[in-house]
Design a protein around this ligand. Sequence first.
Ligand code: PLP
Length: 359
Amino acid sequence: MRTLNFSAGPAVLPEPVLRRAAAEMLDWRGSGMSVMEMSHRGKEFISIAAQAESDLRKLLYIPDDYAVLFLQGGAIAENAIVPMNLLGSMRVADYVDTGEWSKKSINEAKRYCEVHVVASAADRGYSYVPPQESWQLSPGAAYVHVCTNETIGGVEYHWTPSTGDVPLVADMSSHLLSKPVDVRKYGVIYAGAQKNAGPAGLTMVIVRKALFGRALPITPSAFDWQLQAENDSMLNTPPTYSIYIAGLVFQWLLEQGGLAEIERRNIMKAALLYDYIDASDFYVNPVERADRSRMNVPFKLHDDKLDAAFLKGAEARGMVQLKGHRSVGGMRASIYNAMPVEGVHALVDYMRDFERSNG
Ligand SMILES: *Cc1c(COP(=O)(O)O)cnc(C)c1O
């Protein structure tokens, strides 16, 4: 029996993907070896990586003037890799501060440039996305950085900022592939795979090729986007097995009908949970309705002394990883693409039963 895994990441993967990987574990399609054992320079793995890239391009309609990179280091490494690759001779970068992950990006970037925080939601406990009208963009900024889904706070952009000629850079780690994205509006999109796309170890970077040529001389070769693009992400050994599994996830998404269909399901799943929370006096979600994340749903019980009992009861019903991030407490249900609607129903049923017996 598989549990209902509400982890924020590494997180639930589609069961058909895991079954397929299990079936191919010892012998990938007649090659006589596991994908883990393959040379990244062999024709088998090159075909796996090429298929994964082409499927990701298909899912997101990524134009040809954008490079797709499969790197290592995760989004936290990208927090440094972004300024290294984009500053060129510029000294300032703009950042929008919407919560814990924005703050991490800001603090890391400060090691490389002057950071201007052009808008912050700290004034109201990171419960909203500051509207674009309030952003004070800096003249001469190398780029504008946003985190479009705050995995801890549960705050999501449901609109695309427009930054004119200044490239928009987005950490989309926890909602990439949850809905269609207009890639052209962004200079760079990056995401660790382990939230919504695959196993840990793989970082996806989608970058407009016109931004190449700005890397600082100190940029490590393995993290130089242009060098990696010129080498099909194989300047160093890429995370081969993670790319393979992410590729199976991309195929699964295409089989489901693509990202418009996935978004439809995600809207429905999120509504089930938020509607129940809003109708109850027992649970509360602190985020402005218009800015709520469809992927990560933090909520608190009206009395935090009941937290331990809530988590214990959930586990007894096979629901795990509902404890909120240590920095905010309470609960958090991450309901990524691979969480079936039945899982959200089961959670809401449990929350209702718990409220009845403890309310
Ligand atoms: C998880 C997460 C990160 C950190 O990713 P690592 O793989 O640990 O580097 C960064 N940003 C967001 C939005 C995340 O959800």
